[in-house]
Design a protein around this ligand. Structure first.
Ligand code: HEM
Length: 579
């Protein structure tokens, strides 16, 4: 991993922080192993089943189908019967974007579902590509005979033993509802609350489904129903004389077998889709990097995210320093001089932000930097130094030696001057839940800052949004931005350009471009979800004195109060100066 890797960063962020960049949390819908308000169904079970049904139409022989999000267009089929599907489809509606597909969300959803209910952490790879129409039929149904079930799983790429493992690992959470399968489960007293016959006696992800089956005490209706036509779990489980089921009697074997068979399930994708490498937790991650104009000042923002073991106390003495170099002028490219600052604030995340990170035993501490930048000097690259003040040397995080190089400063989005108006264009009733929703056209006024030492021939923006209610289409628009002399940047060297982008989704992201002198400069994948309600955070005061190798003077606002930084800066060997 080398920064910048926008797709890796987006996938890693959603998996391990559970939320997208505006803070809205996918994981909190399901975590901790939640039940649905109203139906009291297991949300985790609904999400896991969703992933299986999306994948189950894969055909290994011709490479069609697989985890591609086509399930949202197939919910009227008998093989996809159940209100849990509709609710899950609407749970996920708000999350896909240009770099994280709906099918990746479905996979991450299944991973959260298993992890939050006590199951293993399923390895995740991203890069699935979304379908925009219904795909093949072929998902197994409880009335199918053993031959059809076996053929269905063979087409998906799983042999008999793997079919048994998949069904056992799937049917450890949730159950069968009276509302969906009245022939299997009688209705309860309240017509609005389905009677759910759980597959086993625990709500957790565990092997009770196996041990209760083998001991003969199972209540799994797909095994014990008197309607033998519908006893698909019985047919599947005993199809090899119970030998695979017996191999799953140890809890740890069950967990590791489910982990690997589910990884294969989630990685079953249409031919031609190439998945990323496994998205592993980055112990050190740089987030939120942007140049911006706030309160008529050029600022640079970045966060350093460090992992913190849950079972250890965070080191209150730690100092984190961001260092950077000028891009222009006498000290360009770090010629003998470096600037530095402490964070404007330090925020610890709740260990519950993602069940995956929680189960790994970590939470995050984020060191947030906002520093003023002189536009005549700009910034070429930055890096960090972490000093634990425990007698060991400070650690430098510099992107494998190269530093975090800012690709360009020619064009950037200015959120503080941009704005969104929400124009209601329809209302809808959410299927089954009778929740009234409203659909909006979001009218974005986009403001970009563009360096004026060259005159760009074109300034334009691509807007992308795949988080559209009901997933009928994705928004992908290109809008030219015009020089807007009624706006003042207050920053010498930058002009402001603006334009209007209409969006009917929930999560517009922007790629901003300026073409100048034959080159096109791009700021890629900028979120807009924070517009109009992000509190202003004043920049820190960077180190303003030449630093001799022995020390410095200065102080900075810090979570632990006003902390003298001479000791931390003494380890910064580079010369820090003020122009
Ligand atoms: C032989 C193949 C399978 C058949 C016939 C089958 C059938 C069913 C049926 C009838 C239900 C009840 C749904 C409802 O009442 O709404 C169900 C639930 C469920 N299935 Fe399967 N299933 C099969 C394989 C799998 C596999 C491989 C998984 C793996 C992830 C899985 C995961 C689930 C889950 C988690 C639920 C509970 C859903 C909830 O409580 O909302 N199933 N299945």
């Amino acid at each position: 991993y080398t920064w910048p890797s926008p797709q890796y960063d987006a996938l890693e962020g959603l998996l391990y922080e559970g939320r997208k960049s505006d803070g809205s949390s996918l994981s909190s819908i399901v975590h901790p192993c939640r039940k649905r308000t109203g139906t009291l169904a297991s949300i985790a079970a609904e999400w896991l089943r969703f992933a299986f049904h999306d994948m189950a139409t894969h055909n290994v022989n011709n490479g069609t189908g697989g985890l591609d999000g086509s399930l949202v267009y197939e919910l009227d089929r008998p093989e996809n019967f159940g209100l849990g599907f509709n609710q899950t489809a609407s749970d996920f509606e708000n999350y896909p974007n240009k770099l994280v597909s709906r099918a990746d969300i479905i996979s991450i959803g299944a991973i959260f579902a298993v992890a939050t209910c006590g199951g293993p952490i399923i390895p995740f790879r991203g890069g699935r590509i979304d379908a925009y129409s219904a795909g093949n039929f072929g998902t197994p149904q409880p009335q199918d005979d053993l031959g059809s079930l076996t053929t269905s799983f063979q087409n998906q790429g799983f042999n008999t033993a793997e079919m048994i493992k998949l069904v056992a690992c799937g049917h450890t959470m949730g159950g069968v509802r009276s509302s969906d399968f009245p022939e299997l489960v009688p209705a309860g007293p309240d017509p609005n609350v389905p009677n759910i016959a759980n597959f086993d006696t625990t709500t957790q992800f565990d092997n009770a489904v196996v041990t209760e089956y083998l001991s003969g005490y199972t209540k799994n209706v797909l095994v014990v129903t008197s309607n033998k036509t519908m006893a698909s779990d019985l047919r599947v489980f005993q199809s090899d004389g119970n030998s695979t089921m017996r191999s799953l009697t140890s809890a740890s074997t069950f967990a590791s077998e489910c982990q690997s068979i589910f990884a294969r399930m989630l990685d079953t994708v249409p031919a031609g889709v190439t998945l990323t490498d496994e998205i592993t937790l980055l112990p050190v991650k740089v987030n939120g990097v942007q140049l911006s104009i706030e309160e008529q000042k050029l600022v640079f923002k970045a966060s350093l995210r460090l992992i913190q073991p849950i079972n250890a106390t965070a080191n209150a003495k730690r100092t984190v320093t961001m260092l950077w170099c000028d891009k222009y002028g006498s000290a360009a490219a770090c010629k003998g001089a470096t600037r530095s600052s402490l964070p404007v604030n330090t925020l610890s995340d709740d260990p519950n932000i993602s069940p995956v990170t929680l189960n790994l035993g970590y939470y995050f501490i984020n060191y947030n930097f906002v520093v003023p930048i002189d536009s005549a000097a700009s910034i070429s690259k930055f890096w960090f130094q972490v000093d634990e003040h425990n007698g060991t040397a400070a650690t430098t995080y510099n992107n494998g030696g190269s530093g975090y190089v800012l690709p360009q400063d020619q064009i950037f989005f200015v959120p503080k001057l941009s704005h969104v108006d929400n124009v209601q264009n329809m209302t809808y009733t959410q299927v089954y839940t009778n929740r009234d929703g409203s659909a909006y056209t979001h009218v974005y006024t986009i403001v970009a800052a563009v360096r004026n030492d060259t005159t760009p021939s074109r300034v334009y923006v691509n807007g992308f949004d795949s988080s559209v209610h009901g997933y009928p289409y994705y928004v992908n628009v290109t809008v030219d931005l015009a020089l807007n002399s009624s706006l003042s940047s207050g920053v010498p060297g930058y002009n402001l350009y603006s334009g209007i982008v209409n969006d009917s989704g929930y999560q517009l992201t922007l790629d901003l471009h300026a073409t100048s002198g034959g080159a096109t400069y791009t700021q890629d994948f900028v979120a807009t979800t924070f517009l109009d309600n992000t509190p202003y955070v004043a920049p820190s005061t960077p180190s303003n004195a030449a630093v001799k190798s022995s020390g410095s003077r200065s102080s900075f606002a810090h979570v632990f109060g006003w902390t003298p930084v001479a000791c931390s800066l003494s380890l910064i060997v580079a010369l820090t100066f003020w122009r």
